[in-house]
Structures are given as C-alpha cells and as structure tokens.
Design a protein around this ligand. Sequence first.
Ligand code: ZN
Length: 245
Amino acid sequence: MVAAVAVALAGCGAATGGPAGGDRAPTTTPAQAPSAALSPAAGDETAVAAGSSGTGFRGSISAIRAGTRARMRFSWRRGCPVGPVELRLLRVDHWGFDRRVHRGELVVHRDHARRILKVMEQLFRARYPIQRLRLVDAYRGDDDRSMAANNTSGFNCRKVSGTRVWSEHAYGRAIDVNPLRNPYVTRGGRVSPPAGRPYANRSGRAPGMIHSGDQVVRAFAAAGWEWGGRWSGARDYQHFSSTGR
Ligand SMILES: [Zn+2]
C-alpha cells in the first residue's frame, strides 16, 4: 500500500505518554529495512499523515519541541544516550480494545520515525487493537506501571532491568506492544508484568496477543524490526526493536 498526503501538525497539546517495557535478554540479530517513501522527515516539524485507501488512518511525526520535552521529564534527562533532537513524536490513530479509534502518542528515534508510522498504519488497517498508547511519562517513566496498564510505548531512557546497560528503549529503537497481554517471561517462568501471567501461555487468542507470523510481527518485520517473542531462553512477547536486542 502506498500512503499519501502530507500534513503538518504541531504543538504538543493533548495526549498522554506511553512507555516501554523492557528489553531484557538479547539474542537475535538486527536487520534494517528500507524506509517507506513518505515525505521527507528531515528536520523539525515534519508531519506526515498517511491517509490511504479509505482506511482513514491519520498519523503525524513531529520534532520534540518544548511542550513535549516538558512532558517527557520522566523519560528523558541529561546523560541519556540520545537527545531530544534525535527523537520524534508520533501521533497516530489506533483501534482500541473498545473497538473504537483513538489517537495515541509514541516517541521513537528520528531514524525510525517514518517506518514506525508505516507500521502503525498497517496495524490500524489490520484493526489490531492497542489498549493504550501513551508516553511512559504518564506513568512517571515507571515501566512496571506502564506495563501493568497494558500501555504500548517506545522511548524511555532506562537501563535493561537488573543491569547497568542502556535498554534499546533508551535509544528510541524499541517498542513494547500491549505488554500485559504480551508479557516478558523468563526461562524460569517469572512473568513481567505479574498481572500478565494469564497470557504467559501463548496458545491463547485474547485481543492484542501477538503470535509468530501474525500481522503485528509481519508489520514490524517489514520495517526491519524484530520480535522478542522469538528470543531463545527468556522471551519478551511485547518487545520489538530495530537491533534485535
Ligand atoms: Zn521492550
């Protein structure tokens, strides 16, 4: 499908934040995909609305301006591996668990902004439901709280749980999708978030659950992003990243 239409948005008015889950155990290898040929998102205020073939999807990409940066006070601070200038705010339509269309927000690295916009459009078109899409700052940057709320999120300047290593989320190159329905499960069976335990059994088909080869995995794969559900050992069913970590 080809997206069309370019629109400019700005401001940082509404919306809430959304956060990220965790990259925890690495394993796979990276792969970059060619980015979609949407309008040039080079500089600052780029905003791209991909409105295509009647799906009604609307999305935009914006630089992190003062208002957004102020809202990101929990997810970004000095000393983080990437600065606000390297990040982009995506505002996108998504289907909710209530079967209605909502507008959510997601922060990712600028190098991935357009291809993630495309992913979000594909998820919209597939009517894949996302319960919440808020900056992790809505949960004070607390990944556990964000996961417990089943909030989908990207950028969060934090370390890999239990380590001193920056998470891929700290670079804006990872997204956790419906983390309660797609928990992180260690080899020993520990489940994070704890409330996601009913979904540690992956044979279920509850809304939002991600399975190998499904439309969610395929949409991210088309962008060159890999799924943590395919890791060996611990599996992070909510986690997608451009690096495979
Ligand atoms: Zn993650």
